[in-house]
Design a protein around this ligand. Structure first.
Ligand code: GLN
Length: 314
């Protein structure tokens, strides 16, 4: 990295400790019982540049499940499997301004399609579009894609988190059956099987470094800059990054765009995947969440970094 970069890199550990204090204003997600076991005051970050140099600080070795962060990548796979037109027959392109698992607006877009692919209803619909002869094959294809993007062939599902979500997902089940009633999930589709694929991709276990590497591929428009391998068509990465800006931080995406100004996606296990276009892939974890479902300390740390380095795209 350049010498200008060295300055902020040296300050990162101190910034992280300052941001860690924000964990006190959040709470670990408990609606998936297994997630409640996460350490509330943990905060870790990994930043990767295009040459593969990593800067890490805090609890960057902590493992956690991707949760909603996985939705960005199942969207990419669905686009690669079906093309843009077919995907947008089933999901919309607009933010909702509502909670990620809200049912409020499901009837409002014709014909009852979810507003966007990053809310739960949209991501469940996207799961139904992933190619594969059986649910197991779909999950294997998703895992293979995530492994390739993260550069780790050992990436796996956290079975305990998967089982915990599946056993308690009454709200997601009702969303999915509602989609079935609206024929967004067609006649041939088994709702429980679609949900199972969704719960499994939410339960992929990662560290900040995995997220940073996946984000790096997006930062470089679909080509892994470390291996020079093209992994995702540029147009689909452009679509994914646009959704990250408009809907990636749930109904706090507008506020995040003003304060931080980079594409990002959060998950209820406390992860945030973010990127600085053409420069960095970033993975953050801080399990304590605000009332919108975003990591309190993680958002604070990204804001500090963006303000100090002039990262905002706007
Ligand atoms: N698996 C979680 C759910 O469906 C993902 C939600 C999230 O990270 N916001 O509730």
């Amino acid at each position: 990295m350049t010498s200008a970069a060295v300055k902020w890199m040296d300050r990162l550990p101190a910034w992280l400790e300052e941001s860690r204090k924000q964990a006190a204003f959040g709470q670990v997600a408990a609606y998936i019982p297994e997630l409640a076991k996460a350490p509330a005051d943990a905060l870790g970050i990994s930043i990767l540049d295009g040459a593969g140099h990593e800067i890490a600080a805090g609890d960057s070795g902590l493992t956690f499940t991707m949760q909603s962060i996985s939705k960005v990548f199942t969207l990419l796979l669905a686009l690669m499997d079906n093309g843009e037109e077919a995907v947008f027959r089933k999901v919309g392109m607009e933010p909702t301004g509502d909670d990620f698992n809200s049912m409020l607006k499901l009837e409002l877009v014709e014909p009852g399609i979810p507003f966007n692919p990053l809310i739960n209803a949209g991501a469940i619909t996207i799961s139904s579009l992933i190619h594969g002869a059986t649910p197991a094959e779909k999950v294997e294809r998703i895992l293979a894609f995530f492994r390739e993007l993260s550069g780790d062939s050992g990436l796996e599902i956290d079975e305990a988190v998967y089982r915990s979500e599946s056993a308690t997902a009454h709200r997601n089940r009702s969303l999915a059956y509602f989609l079935k009633d609206n024929e967004v999930l067609g006649e041939e589709i088994d709702v429980e099987q679609v949900l199972d694929v969704y719960f499994k991709h939410c339960s992929v276990l990662v560290t900040c470094r995995h997220l940073a590497r996946m984000a790096l591929v997006l930062a470089y428009n679909g080509t892994d800059p470390i291996t020079d391998k093209p992994l995702v068509p540029r147009r689909f990465v452009q679509i994914a990054k646009t959704f990250m800006v408009s809907c990636g931080m749930y109904n706090a995406s507008g506020e995040f765009a003003i304060h931080v100004g980079i594409p990002a996606k959060s998950g209820v296990a406390g992860g945030i995947l973010a990127l600085v276009p053409g420069r960095y892939g970033i993975g953050v974890v801080g399990p304590a969440l605000n009332d919108k479902g975003n990591s309190t300390a993680g958002v604070h740390l990204l804001r500090t970094l963006s303000e100090s380095n002039g990262w905002s795209m706007f």
